[in-house]
Design a protein around this ligand. Structure first.
Ligand code: UD1
Length: 315
């Protein structure tokens, strides 16, 4: 019987959490509907019990939560522009599925749910760094959907006593992030394109900045959130990031150095629903979880390029 459930286990973040749990010798169940997750991401996770299914289906939720003590809820339909194109699918995958999962978890007596919340909740507020005391101001349907999930988490803690911890991820990147979709995260795209000598396109003038967070930091934060005492973390929302930011123009310069790309960069129109700057205050996660980022941006970027090179990924 699995102690941990990882939803979205065939996705980039889910598979990384599952791998870390297996490495610790834990019993793990994973679920994924392969909407954006990939079967190839399950290679190396043979020790995990895997269920293929969609969490918007109550029967799937009931099946996967059975006997579990802690859930890492990573399943979602990521991407701001995807949600602008198709808000209904984003809502189904991020909101409906989350409520179904929570309801099944509550009925099955699951103790804790650690939720992949998003920095997009802050919207385009000019104040930097973003801290959890700020009023949410989501812009895109994606941001609204992820924030709704947070509110459900808090409700289930308040109403049913299900321990929930929301980690607001800031632009996670690293090995296993899919570079092939139009909706892929910018670093997955830029790393693989520039490695292949192909021109990256920056949407806007490239002065936008992000608190890009290497996956190992995110995984570490999740494990800490699963272990922290309920008195400290249940019902809480906290940023999960590095506390530093870099502009896209500077990212491209870094990548020129790492990949040897000497070609041009195309500048296109700014993306609808985009936000300008994103930077986290990580003080709360430090205080409540004892979290510290362990891999800084440049090292993470180098390791990511190395991984794409070894696995011969094409953007
Ligand atoms: C947003 C959230 C992030 C969440 C992610 C899920 C914010 C600040 N961040 O990321 O927490 O995990 O959604 O998908 O809201 N870009 C280019 N060229 C490209 C692709 C992207 O210039 O080919 C630009 C985008 O316009 C944007 C930046 O790169 O300004 C980052 O884009 P992306 O990687 O899609 O992530 P966010 O939308 O910032």
């Amino acid at each position: 019987m699995a102690k941990y459930l990882v939803t979205g286990a065939a996705g980039f973040i889910g598979r990384s959490i599952a791998a870390a749990l297996l490495e610790r010798g834990e019993t793990v169940r994973g679920v994924d509907n392969f909407a954006t997750g990939k079967r190839s991401n399950l290679v190396g996770l043979e020790g995990m019990e895997f269920v293929e299914g969609d969490l918007s289906d109550a029967a799937v939720c009931e099946r996967v939560v059975a006997g579990v003590e802690i859930i890492f809820h990573e399943a979602a339909l990521p991407s701001v522009p995807r949600s602008v194109e198709d808000p209904i699918s984003t809502n189904t995958a991020c909101v409906d599925a989350t409520v179904q999962l929570l309801w099944a978890a509550k009925k099955a007596g699951v103790r804790r749910v650690v939720y992949a919340a998003s920095s997009s909740a802050y919207g385009d507020t000019p104040t930097l760094p973003k801290h959890e005391g700020m009023l949410p101001a989501p812009i895109s349907p994606y941001a609204v959907a992820k924030l709704s999930g947070e509110l459900y988490m808090q409700s289930f803690w308040r109403v049913y006593g299900l321990e929930t911890v929301c980690l607001r991820y800031f632009n996670v990147f690293g090995p296993y992030q899919d570079p092939t979709s139009f909706y892929s995260g910018v670093l997955a795209k830029f790393c693989t394109r520039m490695m292949a000598g192909e021109t990256p396109t920056i949407f806007g003038d490239g002065s936008q900045s992000r608190d890009f967070t290497f996956i190992e930091n995110t995984v570490r934060g999740n494990l800490l959130a699963a272990e922290a005492p309920a008195e400290k973390v249940a019902g809480r929302v906290m940023n999960m990031a590095t506390g530093s930011r870099i502009t896209l123009n500077d990212v491209v310069e870094e990548l020129r150095g790492i990949t040897g790309y000497a070609g041009e960069v195309i500048y296109g129109p700014e993306r609808n629903g985009d936000i300008k700057h994103s930077l986290a205050d990580i003080g709360l996660a430090k205080e409540l979880l004892g979290y510290e980022p362990v891999v800084e941006f440049r090292e993470g970027l180098g390791r990511t390029v190395e991984w794409y090179r070894e696995t011969e990924q094409q953007g």
